[in-house]
Design a protein around this ligand. Sequence first.
Ligand SMILES: Nc1nc2c(c(=O)[nH]1)N[C@H]1C(S)=C(S)[C@@H](COP(=O)(O)OP(=O)(O)OC[C@H]3O[C@@H](n4cnc5c(N)ncnc54)[C@H](O)[C@@H]3O)O[C@H]1N2
Ligand code: MOO
Length: 422
Amino acid sequence: MLPPPLPQPEPDAMISVAEARARILSAFAPLPAETVALPDALGRVLAEPVVARLTQPPFHAAAMDGWAVRSADIAAATAESPVALRRIGESSAGHAFGGSVGPGEAVRIFTGAPLPDGADAVVMQEDCSADDTTVRIGRAVAAGRFVRQAGFDFAQGQELLPKGRRLTARDIALAAGGNVPWLSVHRRPRIAILATGDEIALPGDPLGPSQIVSTNALGLCALVTAQGGLAHNLGVAKDTPDSVAAMAKGAVGCDLLVTTGGAAHGDYDLVRDVLADRGVALEVQTVAMRPGKALMFGRAGGVSLLGLPGNPVSTGVTAVLFLRPVLRLLQGLPPEDDRPPLRARLTTALKANDRREEYLRATLAAGPDGVLTVTPFARQDSAITSLYAQADCLIPRPPNADPEPAGAMVAVLPLTDGALSI
Ligand SMILES: Nc1nc2c(c(=O)[nH]1)N[C@H]1C(S)=C(S)[C@@H](COP(=O)(O)OP(=O)(O)OC[C@H]3O[C@@H](n4cnc5c(N)ncnc54)[C@H](O)[C@@H]3O)O[C@H]1N2
Ligand code: MOO
């Protein structure tokens, strides 16, 4: 009797989203460092920590406008029975008082000014009255009152910002405070974008019959920019192998070539064919997901190529799921955002899912009880760009997920993050 036949692999077996992401990410490493001036560093990722070059504040400083005193002198002061002190000078921001405060003496002082030697506290001017020679202190204060101690913010040599941090506007201010004018950051990823298809025209072009305007290339360029990369738009390749191959040469010197369209198996889906003709072994070629099944990844002519499917929402969602992590990794960030996953309450029920992992486009809102709610669009076709633009998030659904009732809490992937942040 013959043995039972061995199970044969599917000719074009789909791999999971996680497997595709792992294969793609394993082809990349963080880019080398370059030095940039502080004003140009917003959104860049530190390749070296920022270390304070000075102590902040560099001296004990007044936190209020008022009078620098010796707290022991005014221990008995009250509004009804003020203590009179002899005024001996002034300390303002940028102009320290050169002398020392002795018993029975006070110095006029302003916010940010150095506390004079001998003084150990500041009394707010609202609690004092003064003439040319004398100040009457109407409140007792403890030593240290309204004084910012030298180094209470940070000390020289202290690490202010760690390696691997994406710089916010607040970080720029902190580095400036540490007197650090130059920063070491990862080079920005250079990403070439190539649209494909005889039907694709550029925005503003005269449109021939059967032509449509390319949404994908400009959307991808904007996503690359928003994630801290430098986008290099190569234009639109025609549906001929020569055109695709010639235009793809523009990606030489880039860290990654991203194509859109031509990824499926139709007669005119040439990106796949051009790669096959050149013997490129694709590490990813079909992913069990919706939208975005026709996804490719491989190395062609020394350049990594990420081939995204042409339907505009498929391009957008696959860019979020695969291109964004690559951009993050190249910049020295963890590929996935390491903040806790966001969860929201469904306003409508979800049907059971099939074997393809699904990414539903949805909006977020705050419910009456303040809990975040999420509403998937009723129409989820991968060519509806108007709803994709309106979406705040994606709802990921695992393969073969059970139905979810309205009111269930589900994970959501926000579409709102970017390189620039306050
Ligand atoms: N028999 C099958 N047909 C299709 C399958 C399949 O599995 N079997 N998959 C469908 C899915 S899902 C998608 S997604 C697309 C992916 O196809 P391609 O990557 O080859 O994309 P194209 O055929 O070139 O274009 C699809 C669609 O998108 C429009 N497009 C393309 N580029 C742009 C652009 N830059 N800007 C705006 N719109 C663009 C194009 O005009 C088409 O309408 O295949 C399905 N078919
Ligand atoms: O993947 Mo297609 O990308 O489902 O529209």
